[in-house]
Ligand binder design. Structure first.
Ligand code: OSB
Ligand code: MG
Length: 376
Protein backbone atom coordinates (compact mmCIF):
# COMPACT_ATOMS: atom_id res chain seq x y z
CA UNK A 1 0.00 0.00 0.00
CA UNK A 2 1.15 3.47 -0.85
CA UNK A 3 0.04 6.66 0.77
CA UNK A 4 0.93 10.11 -0.48
CA UNK A 5 2.13 12.41 2.27
CA UNK A 6 2.88 15.55 0.26
CA UNK A 7 1.39 17.00 -2.92
CA UNK A 8 3.29 19.84 -4.60
CA UNK A 9 1.79 21.92 -7.36
CA UNK A 10 3.85 24.36 -9.42
CA UNK A 11 2.75 26.63 -12.21
CA UNK A 12 5.64 26.67 -14.67
CA UNK A 13 6.03 28.83 -17.79
CA UNK A 14 8.18 28.06 -20.82
CA UNK A 15 8.49 30.14 -23.99
CA UNK A 16 7.90 28.33 -27.31
CA UNK A 17 10.70 28.57 -29.86
CA UNK A 18 8.13 28.91 -32.68
CA UNK A 19 4.62 30.34 -32.51
CA UNK A 20 1.95 27.61 -32.86
CA UNK A 21 -1.45 28.27 -34.38
CA UNK A 22 -4.42 25.88 -34.64
CA UNK A 23 -7.91 26.44 -36.03
CA UNK A 24 -8.93 27.95 -32.68
CA UNK A 25 -5.97 29.77 -31.15
CA UNK A 26 -2.29 30.81 -31.31
CA UNK A 27 0.39 30.61 -28.63
CA UNK A 28 3.97 31.71 -27.93
CA UNK A 29 4.37 30.66 -24.32
CA UNK A 30 2.88 27.82 -22.32
CA UNK A 31 2.03 27.51 -18.67
CA UNK A 32 1.64 23.98 -17.32
CA UNK A 33 1.20 22.69 -13.77
CA UNK A 34 3.78 20.22 -12.49
CA UNK A 35 2.53 17.82 -9.82
CA UNK A 36 4.81 15.96 -7.45
CA UNK A 37 3.61 13.26 -5.12
CA UNK A 38 5.83 12.10 -2.25
CA UNK A 39 4.84 8.93 -0.40
CA UNK A 40 5.47 7.91 3.20
CA UNK A 41 8.74 6.17 2.16
CA UNK A 42 9.98 9.34 0.50
CA UNK A 43 9.52 8.06 -3.08
CA UNK A 44 8.62 10.87 -5.50
CA UNK A 45 6.64 10.87 -8.73
CA UNK A 46 6.28 13.76 -11.18
CA UNK A 47 3.26 14.47 -13.35
CA UNK A 48 2.23 17.28 -15.65
CA UNK A 49 -1.09 19.03 -16.18
CA UNK A 50 -0.69 20.24 -19.76
CA UNK A 51 -3.91 22.19 -20.18
CA UNK A 52 -3.86 25.10 -22.61
CA UNK A 53 -4.50 28.42 -20.86
CA UNK A 54 -7.85 28.98 -22.59
CA UNK A 55 -10.90 26.68 -22.99
CA UNK A 56 -10.53 26.20 -26.76
CA UNK A 57 -9.20 22.66 -27.10
CA UNK A 58 -11.33 21.33 -24.22
CA UNK A 59 -13.35 23.03 -21.51
CA UNK A 60 -10.38 23.10 -19.14
CA UNK A 61 -8.01 26.00 -18.48
CA UNK A 62 -4.88 26.39 -16.33
CA UNK A 63 -7.05 28.19 -13.76
CA UNK A 64 -9.70 25.44 -13.69
CA UNK A 65 -6.99 22.78 -13.36
CA UNK A 66 -5.31 24.69 -10.53
CA UNK A 67 -8.60 25.02 -8.63
CA UNK A 68 -9.67 21.40 -9.13
CA UNK A 69 -6.20 20.12 -8.23
CA UNK A 70 -6.04 22.23 -5.06
CA UNK A 71 -9.62 21.76 -3.85
CA UNK A 72 -10.40 18.19 -4.92
CA UNK A 73 -7.65 16.07 -6.46
CA UNK A 74 -4.90 16.85 -3.94
CA UNK A 75 -7.12 16.24 -0.87
CA UNK A 76 -8.49 13.01 -2.43
CA UNK A 77 -4.95 11.84 -3.22
CA UNK A 78 -3.80 12.56 0.34
CA UNK A 79 -6.76 10.62 1.70
CA UNK A 80 -6.45 7.46 -0.40
CA UNK A 81 -4.44 4.29 0.26
CA UNK A 82 -3.54 2.60 -3.01
CA UNK A 83 -1.59 -0.46 -4.07
CA UNK A 84 -1.52 0.35 -7.78
CA UNK A 85 -1.97 3.62 -9.75
CA UNK A 86 -5.24 2.27 -11.17
CA UNK A 87 -6.66 2.31 -7.61
CA UNK A 88 -5.89 6.01 -7.30
CA UNK A 89 -7.39 6.62 -10.76
CA UNK A 90 -10.59 4.93 -9.56
CA UNK A 91 -10.69 7.18 -6.49
CA UNK A 92 -10.06 10.32 -8.59
CA UNK A 93 -12.74 9.11 -11.03
CA UNK A 94 -15.32 10.54 -8.62
CA UNK A 95 -14.40 13.86 -10.23
CA UNK A 96 -16.32 14.23 -13.49
CA UNK A 97 -14.55 15.66 -16.53
CA UNK A 98 -11.43 17.69 -15.66
CA UNK A 99 -9.32 15.18 -17.55
CA UNK A 100 -6.17 17.28 -17.86
CA UNK A 101 -6.15 17.94 -14.12
CA UNK A 102 -6.70 14.27 -13.27
CA UNK A 103 -4.04 13.20 -15.79
CA UNK A 104 -1.35 15.10 -13.87
CA UNK A 105 -2.09 13.12 -10.69
CA UNK A 106 -2.46 9.78 -12.46
CA UNK A 107 0.84 10.30 -14.29
CA UNK A 108 2.62 11.22 -11.05
CA UNK A 109 1.21 8.09 -9.37
CA UNK A 110 2.52 5.90 -12.22
CA UNK A 111 5.91 7.62 -12.07
CA UNK A 112 6.08 7.11 -8.31
CA UNK A 113 4.92 3.49 -8.48
CA UNK A 114 7.27 2.46 -11.30
CA UNK A 115 10.21 4.20 -9.58
CA UNK A 116 9.44 2.52 -6.24
CA UNK A 117 9.20 -0.87 -7.99
CA UNK A 118 12.41 -0.36 -9.95
CA UNK A 119 10.79 -0.76 -13.37
CA UNK A 120 10.54 1.60 -16.30
CA UNK A 121 7.23 3.38 -16.78
CA UNK A 122 6.91 1.79 -20.24
CA UNK A 123 7.31 -1.67 -18.72
CA UNK A 124 4.85 -0.86 -15.92
CA UNK A 125 2.27 0.13 -18.54
CA UNK A 126 2.79 -3.09 -20.49
CA UNK A 127 4.97 -1.69 -23.29
CA UNK A 128 7.91 -3.50 -24.79
CA UNK A 129 9.18 -1.32 -27.65
CA UNK A 130 12.75 -0.05 -27.27
CA UNK A 131 12.21 2.95 -29.52
CA UNK A 132 9.12 4.78 -30.72
CA UNK A 133 8.53 6.49 -34.04
CA UNK A 134 8.11 10.26 -33.84
CA UNK A 135 5.97 12.51 -35.99
CA UNK A 136 5.58 16.27 -35.82
CA UNK A 137 2.58 18.53 -35.71
CA UNK A 138 2.89 21.78 -37.66
CA UNK A 139 0.69 24.78 -36.93
CA UNK A 140 -0.99 27.13 -39.37
CA UNK A 141 1.68 29.41 -40.90
CA UNK A 142 1.31 32.93 -42.33
CA UNK A 143 2.06 31.73 -45.89
CA UNK A 144 2.35 28.47 -47.83
CA UNK A 145 6.08 29.17 -48.27
CA UNK A 146 6.53 29.41 -44.50
CA UNK A 147 4.75 26.07 -44.15
CA UNK A 148 6.92 24.44 -46.85
CA UNK A 149 10.02 25.67 -45.01
CA UNK A 150 8.77 24.10 -41.75
CA UNK A 151 7.95 20.82 -43.49
CA UNK A 152 11.39 20.80 -45.16
CA UNK A 153 13.12 21.30 -41.82
CA UNK A 154 11.22 18.46 -40.13
CA UNK A 155 11.56 16.04 -43.05
CA UNK A 156 15.29 16.77 -43.02
CA UNK A 157 15.38 16.00 -39.27
CA UNK A 158 13.99 12.55 -40.06
CA UNK A 159 10.49 12.74 -38.57
CA UNK A 160 8.39 9.80 -39.72
CA UNK A 161 5.13 11.65 -40.32
CA UNK A 162 4.08 15.25 -40.75
CA UNK A 163 0.74 16.46 -39.45
CA UNK A 164 -0.63 19.77 -40.70
CA UNK A 165 -3.14 21.86 -38.82
CA UNK A 166 -5.97 22.96 -41.10
CA UNK A 167 -8.94 25.34 -40.83
CA UNK A 168 -11.47 26.69 -43.32
CA UNK A 169 -9.43 28.95 -45.62
CA UNK A 170 -6.19 27.07 -44.88
CA UNK A 171 -6.71 23.57 -46.16
CA UNK A 172 -6.66 22.22 -49.73
CA UNK A 173 -4.14 24.75 -51.09
CA UNK A 174 -1.40 24.41 -48.43
CA UNK A 175 -1.90 20.64 -48.10
CA UNK A 176 -1.69 20.15 -51.87
CA UNK A 177 1.47 22.30 -51.97
CA UNK A 178 3.11 20.11 -49.32
CA UNK A 179 1.93 16.92 -51.03
CA UNK A 180 3.41 18.12 -54.36
CA UNK A 181 6.73 19.19 -52.82
CA UNK A 182 7.08 16.00 -50.72
CA UNK A 183 5.20 13.26 -52.58
CA UNK A 184 6.52 10.37 -50.46
CA UNK A 185 6.19 11.85 -46.99
CA UNK A 186 3.49 10.34 -44.73
CA UNK A 187 1.13 13.24 -44.21
CA UNK A 188 -2.04 13.85 -42.25
CA UNK A 189 -4.27 16.79 -41.36
CA UNK A 190 -5.91 17.89 -38.11
CA UNK A 191 -8.87 20.30 -38.13
CA UNK A 192 -9.55 20.43 -34.38
CA UNK A 193 -13.26 20.29 -35.15
CA UNK A 194 -13.37 23.38 -37.37
CA UNK A 195 -15.61 21.99 -40.16
CA UNK A 196 -19.32 21.35 -40.37
CA UNK A 197 -21.13 18.43 -41.91
CA UNK A 198 -22.97 20.58 -44.43
CA UNK A 199 -22.79 21.69 -48.07
CA UNK A 200 -20.32 24.49 -47.26
CA UNK A 201 -17.48 22.09 -46.37
CA UNK A 202 -18.29 19.00 -48.39
CA UNK A 203 -16.07 19.91 -51.36
CA UNK A 204 -13.05 20.65 -49.14
CA UNK A 205 -13.26 17.27 -47.43
CA UNK A 206 -13.65 15.47 -50.78
CA UNK A 207 -10.62 17.32 -52.16
CA UNK A 208 -8.54 16.39 -49.09
CA UNK A 209 -9.65 12.78 -49.62
CA UNK A 210 -7.79 12.83 -52.94
CA UNK A 211 -4.42 13.86 -51.49
CA UNK A 212 -3.23 10.49 -50.19
CA UNK A 213 -3.38 11.41 -46.51
CA UNK A 214 -2.82 8.87 -43.74
CA UNK A 215 -5.88 10.26 -41.95
CA UNK A 216 -8.10 13.29 -41.40
CA UNK A 217 -8.12 14.07 -37.68
CA UNK A 218 -11.18 15.51 -35.93
CA UNK A 219 -12.82 17.30 -38.86
CA UNK A 220 -16.07 17.97 -36.97
CA UNK A 221 -17.13 19.12 -33.52
CA UNK A 222 -16.21 16.75 -30.67
CA UNK A 223 -19.72 15.55 -29.83
CA UNK A 224 -20.80 15.07 -33.46
CA UNK A 225 -19.90 11.40 -33.80
CA UNK A 226 -22.75 10.83 -36.26
CA UNK A 227 -21.19 13.32 -38.70
CA UNK A 228 -17.82 11.58 -38.44
CA UNK A 229 -19.47 8.24 -39.22
CA UNK A 230 -21.26 9.74 -42.24
CA UNK A 231 -18.00 11.25 -43.50
CA UNK A 232 -16.21 7.91 -43.19
CA UNK A 233 -18.88 6.40 -45.45
CA UNK A 234 -18.18 9.02 -48.13
CA UNK A 235 -14.36 9.08 -48.10
CA UNK A 236 -11.56 6.51 -48.29
CA UNK A 237 -9.11 8.39 -46.04
CA UNK A 238 -9.36 7.08 -42.47
CA UNK A 239 -11.15 9.37 -40.03
CA UNK A 240 -9.15 9.86 -36.81
CA UNK A 241 -10.70 11.08 -33.57
CA UNK A 242 -9.02 13.27 -30.98
CA UNK A 243 -11.31 15.67 -29.04
CA UNK A 244 -14.32 13.30 -29.43
CA UNK A 245 -12.79 10.65 -27.17
CA UNK A 246 -12.40 11.84 -23.57
CA UNK A 247 -13.71 8.67 -21.97
CA UNK A 248 -13.33 5.02 -22.87
CA UNK A 249 -17.15 5.09 -23.21
CA UNK A 250 -16.81 7.66 -26.03
CA UNK A 251 -14.61 5.16 -27.84
CA UNK A 252 -17.20 2.42 -27.35
CA UNK A 253 -19.79 4.68 -28.99
CA UNK A 254 -17.49 5.73 -31.82
CA UNK A 255 -16.60 2.11 -32.58
CA UNK A 256 -20.25 1.13 -32.61
CA UNK A 257 -21.06 3.97 -35.02
CA UNK A 258 -18.07 3.29 -37.28
CA UNK A 259 -16.91 6.85 -36.64
CA UNK A 260 -13.27 6.03 -35.87
CA UNK A 261 -10.77 4.22 -38.07
CA UNK A 262 -7.69 5.61 -36.28
CA UNK A 263 -7.47 6.88 -32.69
CA UNK A 264 -5.29 9.64 -31.31
CA UNK A 265 -4.74 8.78 -27.64
CA UNK A 266 -3.67 11.69 -25.46
CA UNK A 267 -2.77 11.05 -21.85
CA UNK A 268 -4.15 14.48 -20.88
CA UNK A 269 -7.42 14.20 -22.75
CA UNK A 270 -8.15 10.71 -21.40
CA UNK A 271 -7.52 11.77 -17.79
CA UNK A 272 -4.23 9.93 -17.40
CA UNK A 273 -2.21 6.86 -18.30
CA UNK A 274 -4.64 4.41 -16.66
CA UNK A 275 -7.46 5.37 -19.01
CA UNK A 276 -5.10 5.83 -21.97
CA UNK A 277 -4.01 2.19 -21.62
CA UNK A 278 -7.66 1.08 -21.46
CA UNK A 279 -8.46 3.02 -24.64
CA UNK A 280 -5.44 1.41 -26.30
CA UNK A 281 -6.60 -2.07 -25.26
CA UNK A 282 -10.10 -1.53 -26.58
CA UNK A 283 -8.92 -0.04 -29.88
CA UNK A 284 -6.55 -2.96 -30.32
CA UNK A 285 -9.35 -5.49 -29.77
CA UNK A 286 -11.22 -3.76 -32.57
CA UNK A 287 -8.25 -3.56 -34.93
CA UNK A 288 -8.11 0.23 -34.75
CA UNK A 289 -4.52 1.53 -34.91
CA UNK A 290 -3.58 4.21 -32.38
CA UNK A 291 -0.88 6.83 -31.94
CA UNK A 292 -0.04 9.11 -29.05
CA UNK A 293 -0.99 12.74 -29.48
CA UNK A 294 0.66 15.59 -27.62
CA UNK A 295 -0.34 18.82 -25.91
CA UNK A 296 3.07 20.48 -26.24
CA UNK A 297 4.04 18.78 -23.02
CA UNK A 298 7.17 19.76 -21.16
CA UNK A 299 9.66 16.93 -20.58
CA UNK A 300 7.64 15.29 -17.80
CA UNK A 301 4.46 14.82 -19.83
CA UNK A 302 6.53 14.03 -22.90
CA UNK A 303 8.29 11.20 -21.01
CA UNK A 304 4.88 9.71 -20.18
CA UNK A 305 3.89 9.95 -23.87
CA UNK A 306 7.06 8.12 -24.91
CA UNK A 307 6.42 5.35 -22.35
CA UNK A 308 2.80 4.95 -23.48
CA UNK A 309 3.87 4.77 -27.13
CA UNK A 310 5.88 1.64 -26.28
CA UNK A 311 2.62 -0.37 -26.11
CA UNK A 312 1.98 -2.78 -28.99
CA UNK A 313 -1.11 -1.06 -30.42
CA UNK A 314 0.77 2.21 -31.07
CA UNK A 315 1.59 1.25 -34.64
CA UNK A 316 1.54 4.78 -36.10
CA UNK A 317 4.12 7.54 -35.38
CA UNK A 318 3.30 9.52 -32.22
CA UNK A 319 3.57 13.28 -31.56
CA UNK A 320 6.66 12.69 -29.43
CA UNK A 321 8.96 15.12 -31.20
CA UNK A 322 12.20 16.14 -29.47
CA UNK A 323 12.11 18.85 -26.78
CA UNK A 324 13.95 21.19 -29.17
CA UNK A 325 10.95 21.48 -31.51
CA UNK A 326 9.15 23.48 -28.83
CA UNK A 327 11.57 24.56 -26.09
CA UNK A 328 15.08 26.01 -26.04
CA UNK A 329 15.47 24.43 -22.60
CA UNK A 330 13.18 21.75 -21.17
CA UNK A 331 12.31 21.05 -17.52
CA UNK A 332 14.26 17.76 -17.52
CA UNK A 333 18.01 17.50 -16.91
CA UNK A 334 18.38 15.92 -20.37
CA UNK A 335 16.19 16.95 -23.27
CA UNK A 336 14.12 14.36 -25.10
CA UNK A 337 15.82 13.71 -28.40
CA UNK A 338 14.48 12.37 -31.68
CA UNK A 339 17.17 10.87 -33.93
CA UNK A 340 16.14 9.89 -37.42
CA UNK A 341 12.55 10.07 -36.21
CA UNK A 342 13.10 7.64 -33.35
CA UNK A 343 12.94 8.36 -29.62
CA UNK A 344 14.48 5.87 -27.25
CA UNK A 345 12.25 4.43 -24.54
CA UNK A 346 14.22 4.59 -21.27
CA UNK A 347 14.86 1.23 -19.62
CA UNK A 348 15.65 2.62 -16.14
CA UNK A 349 13.09 3.01 -13.34
CA UNK A 350 10.24 5.49 -13.57
CA UNK A 351 9.86 8.19 -16.20
CA UNK A 352 13.48 7.82 -17.30
CA UNK A 353 14.11 11.56 -17.35
CA UNK A 354 14.78 13.57 -14.19
CA UNK A 355 13.23 16.92 -13.50
CA UNK A 356 15.74 19.78 -13.53
CA UNK A 357 14.71 21.22 -10.19
CA UNK A 358 16.85 24.35 -10.53
CA UNK A 359 15.30 25.26 -13.86
CA UNK A 360 11.80 24.28 -12.73
CA UNK A 361 12.17 26.64 -9.75
CA UNK A 362 13.45 29.40 -12.01
CA UNK A 363 10.37 29.14 -14.23
CA UNK A 364 7.82 28.67 -11.41
CA UNK A 365 5.31 31.50 -11.00
CA UNK A 366 3.13 30.03 -8.26
CA UNK A 367 3.30 27.05 -5.93
CA UNK A 368 1.28 25.17 -3.37
CA UNK A 369 2.25 22.43 -0.90
CA UNK A 370 -0.46 20.24 0.62
CA UNK A 371 0.27 17.71 3.34
CA UNK A 372 -1.65 14.75 4.73
CA UNK A 373 -1.28 16.13 8.26
CA UNK A 374 -2.73 19.45 7.14
CA UNK A 375 0.45 21.41 7.93
CA UNK A 376 1.31 24.14 5.43
O1 OSB B 1 -5.05 18.60 -31.70
O2 OSB B 1 -3.27 17.50 -31.45
C1 OSB B 1 -3.91 18.54 -31.28
C2 OSB B 1 -1.61 21.09 -29.57
C3 OSB B 1 -2.52 21.84 -28.88
C4 OSB B 1 -3.86 21.56 -29.02
C5 OSB B 1 -4.29 20.50 -29.82
C6 OSB B 1 -3.36 19.71 -30.50
C7 OSB B 1 -1.99 20.05 -30.39
C8 OSB B 1 -0.93 19.34 -31.11
C9 OSB B 1 0.40 19.26 -30.41
O3 OSB B 1 -1.06 18.92 -32.23
C10 OSB B 1 1.29 18.17 -30.86
C11 OSB B 1 2.51 18.00 -29.95
O4 OSB B 1 2.43 18.12 -28.72
O5 OSB B 1 3.58 17.72 -30.50
MG1 MG C 1 -5.71 16.79 -32.70
Amino acid sequence: MSRVEVVRLRRVRLPLVHRFQTSSHAKRELEHILVTLTDTDGAVGWGEIASPSGPFYSAETVESCWAVARDHLAPMTLGTDWAHPADLATALGKVRGNHFARAGFDMAAWALWSTANGVSLAHALGGSRGTVEAGVSLGIEPTVDDLLAQVGLRVHEGYRRIKLKIAPGWDVEPVRAVRTAYPGVPLHVDANGAYRDGPEHRAVLSALDGLGLMMIEQPYAPRDLVAHAALQERIDTPVCLDESVEEVDDLVTALRLNAVRVLNIKVSRMGGLTHAVRAHDLAREHGVPVWCGGMHEFGIGRAANVALSALAGFTLPSDVSGSDKYYARDVTTHPIVSTDGLVEVPAGPGLGWDADLTYVEERTTDRLVLRADGAA
